[in-house]
Design a protein around this ligand. Structure first.
Ligand SMILES: [Zn+2]
Length: 301
């Protein structure tokens, strides 16, 4: 079995919300085994929202969580870092409705988690292992999960822009590949969309410090961190959105032209199609198909 993990100690940082433009302090705090990832609003008396698909609300260029009067926005980059670094249980405390955008990537959250340190817990982690394909198509957007012995992600994007006509990448995910190849990839937007977003009261905190801005003939930032930073960021996003399933995945996630609405709808569909997966307590499969070690009976979620 693999034990569940939390942080060794609490750690904080400050930043601004990408869409709200508001200052926010973020604290990551250790949590008990089985607690999962929970967002807490210190400015609302400590009300909490668990990071699960049941609480998805307010998809507007970012993924939001809502429960009763509590709302948390732009959770996806932080969730991506937490699940990719194997943090099962944590309280994310905020004094404002939006997770800080930092530099637009997940690298600052990786740094925070590494600074806090990791502590193993006595309970066993449960992985969601895909047994049969699960697919979703909406117009020209597609996403699917296929059986695989490892968590792999394939993403492809296609935009009507000379820089972004087509990018595709497949990555077998591990803590190391996430830290090196995915976490530093920044969010991106098109210059022609910026004004439209601002008119909607969005991207008020956006700048070249926290997003790649794509103009008609090139990027407005000095340089990209990777030639294909755009598709890498989509992989970062989909890992964060799929974290709302509540278990690490064992399967091959394949997405084409997706966004937060598609990703989170798919996370809900995965939980609904409960005959297509099982919960196991080890990512490593037994030698023989008939061996039962490491396989546990499915629980309802
Ligand atoms: Zn993103």
């Amino acid at each position: 079995m693999n034990p569940q993990r939390t942080l060794r100690r609490s750690i904080s940082c400050a930043g601004i919300g990408l869409h709200s433009g508001k200052k926010v302090t973020l604290s990551l705090r250790p949590a008990a085994a089985g607690a999962g990832i929970r967002f807490r609003r210190s400015d609302l008396g400590g009300l909490e929202v668990p990071a699960t698909v049941q609480h998805v609300g307010g998809i507007n260029y970012a993924t939001g969580l809502t429960r009763d009067a509590v709302h948390i926005d732009t959770v996806e980059h932080l969730l991506s870092a937490l699940v990719s670094l194997g943090i099962d249980n944590v309280v994310v405390e905020l004094n404002s409705p939006e997770v800080p955008i930092m530099d637009g990537s997940a690298a600052p959250f990786v740094y925070l988690i590494h600074e806090a340190g990791v502590k193993t817990q006595s309970a066993s982690r449960r992985y969601l292992k895909v047994l049969r394909p699960i697919t979703m198509t909406r117009g020209d957007k597609r996403i699917a999960l296929y059986p695989s012995d490892h968590f792999k992600v394939t993403y492809s994007i296609a935009f009507d822009h000379p820089l972004l006509r087509h990018q595709s990448r497949t990555i077998r995910m591990s803590e190391d590949t996430f830290v090196d190849d995915i976490a530093p990839a920044r969010t991106f937007t098109f210059l022609k969309e910026v004004e439209m977003l601002r008119q909607q009261g969005l991207a008020l905190g956006g700048s070249l410090e926290n997003a790649i801005v794509v103009g008609d003939t090139g990027i407005l930032n000095n340089a990209l961190r990777f030639d294909d930073e755009f598709v890498r960021h989509k992989i970062l996003d989909v890992i964060g959105d799929m974290a709302l399933v509540g278990h690490p995945l064992i399967g091959h996630l394949v997405a084409h032209r997706g966004g937060h609405a598609l990703h989170t709808a798919f996370a809900a569909q995965v939980l609904d199609e409960s005959e297509a997966w099982t919960l196991v307590d080890s990512p490593v499969q037994p030698e023989r198909a008939d061996a039962t070690a490491g396989v546990v009976v499915k629980e309802s979620l």
